[in-house]
Design a protein around this ligand. Structure first.
Ligand SMILES: [Zn+2]
Length: 460
């Protein structure tokens, strides 16, 4: 009996699973920590490894492209004809830092298999997106001699740093990256039910420095006569929220829309489970937030403003009667629906500006930003992704609305104007933590998912 191209591709992938996993370890051994300047050569090495692999697969126009930050890797295969869709596949090959190193059972860049789990930094987030797409493409190309779709592939090297230079990069390469749809394969699932991303929040991060006297002073000699920078920091932070948690930056909520019907339905269905899961992380203290919203509405559909750290003055044990010369804090704001990062950044800076006075210097600067974004969850492209899981996992995926931020999603939406769909190919745990692992019993399921997705895009 002859196999369909889909069946032949899946059969090829299954026949090579062990070899694929061995080869995956090669990529996992490269310490491509994008945020660590000491790893710069390693990041480049990972980009070159991926480019060489693309060439080996027979992709065209393979290139390591420079950005203002870490290099991106591009390749394409555009021979499926004008009738077939052109899809941009995205993942990132940079990984999170590894500290605290002492908590790793085996070194993070020496991949180790224990009880069916492949332990290494980046095993799920997000070398899985890079490697499993490459293996799915390889399986289809080797089994059938062609792809059913026109594929463009872009792998980023600075996602874990917030993609600081990717927006100008995408603008500069708009024609190269232009596609009918963008597929974000970042991370994946952790239970037997696959998850498909439906939305992410945007983000603005900032830092505020308050400088007072030229040097630290004696609080006995100068307390009460010199303006204490830590007091100004406390005043600014205290003014950020009212007593019930509403953010007091003028105009902050202007672009926040009522929760959409689909988001409302998701929130209601997921609320009990989300609270139960959150309990495990939070402990026994009651939740806290702006009155009138449910837990998941606060966690995914409302904006936030959180101080992430405060510095200034004496932090050691006992007493030191110092009047510190300097103090400051770091803040992150999560944005939803129509909030624009540049607008929120300007409003935050104007808010801090209001505290300007002669007795201390206040400097505020924006560190990073990203758009809030909705993935497409209906229509043929989203359906191709949704239907790619059930044949291999045995379960249809469920939608997930994230409280976190993936700035690249909004960049693709705003710069390319293309719909973005989520198709995570990871399965495991320890993401951004010690002992990150890929659950190997899901390795070929996820390669299959990618293969099914490519064929689903051109069905009937
Ligand atoms: Zn990631």
């Amino acid at each position: 009996m002859t196999q369909t191209p889909l069946q032949a591709s899946v059969a090829y992938a299954h026949a090579h699973t062990d070899a694929f996993i061995e080869q995956y370890k090669e990529l996992l051994r490269i310490p491509s920590i994008g945020a660590d300047p000491a790893c710069r050569a390693d990041v480049r090495c990972a980009a070159d490894w991926i480019a060489a692999e693309m060439v080996r697969l027979g992709l065209d126009h393979v290139q390591v492209l420079e950005t203002e930050g870490q290099p991106a890797v591009y390749g394409d295969w555009l021979h499926a004809g004008p009738e077939a869709p052109t899809v941009l596949l995205y993942a990132h090959y940079d990984v999170q830092p590894v500290d605290p190193l002492a908590l790793w059972v085996t070194p993070p860049f020496e991949p180790d298999v224990r009880e069916g789990k492949l332990y290494a930094r980046g095993a799920v987030d997000d070398k899985s997106g890079v490697f499993l797409h490459l293996k799915a493409l390889e399986s289809v190309l080797n089994a059938t001699g062609k792809l059913p779709i026109n594929a463009k592939i872009i792998f980023e090297g600075e996602e874990e740093s917030g993609s600081p230079t990717m927006e100008p990069f995408i603008r500069a390469h708009r024609d190269l990256l232009n596609a009918d749809a963008v597929v974000i394969s970042d991370g994946g699932s952790s239970t037997e039910i696959p998850e498909i991303g439906a939305s992410v929040r945007g983000i603005v991060t900032a830092e505020v420095h308050v400088k007072g006297p030229d040097r630290d002073l004696h609080s006995g000699g100068f307390g009460g006569v010199v303006h204490n920078p830590t007091h100004m920091v406390a005043r600014i932070i205290a003014a950020l929220h009212d007593d019930e948690g509403r953010i007091q930056i003028p105009g902050f909520y202007d672009a926040v829309l009522p929760v959409s019907e689909s988001a409302r339905a998701w929130i209601e269905a997921e609320e009990p489970n989300a609270i139960e899961e959150a309990r495990k992380e939070v402990g026994t203290k009651p939740f806290w937030g702006v009155p009138g919203y449910s837990y998941l509405e606060r966690a995914t559909a409302q904006p936030t403003c959180d101080v992430n750290g405060i510095f200034g003055g004496y932090q050691g044990s006992g007493t030191k009667t110092v009047l510190p010369a300097e103090a400051g804090f770091k803040v992150s704001m999560r944005l939803v629906n129509n909030q624009e990062p540049a607008d929120i950044a300007a409003k935050f800076l104007a808010f801090v500006e209001r505290f300007t006075c002669e007795t201390v210097d206040i400097e505020a600067r924006i560190i990073s930003s990203g758009w809030p974004a909705e993935f497409v969850t209906t229509g043929p492209i989203a359906q191709a992704a949704i239907d790619a899981y059930a044949p291999t996992w045995g379960h249809a995926p469920k939608m997930s609305r994230g409280g976190g931020s993936v700035p690249i999603v909004g960049m693709f939406q705003h710069v390319l104007g293309a719909p973005v769909v989520s198709l995570g190919l990871g399965h495991g745990g320890g993401v951004h933590s010690p002992n990150e692992y890929y659950n190997l019993s899901y390795f070929d399921k996820n390669v299959d998912t990618a293969i099914h997705f490519y064929f689903n895009l051109v069905r009937g």
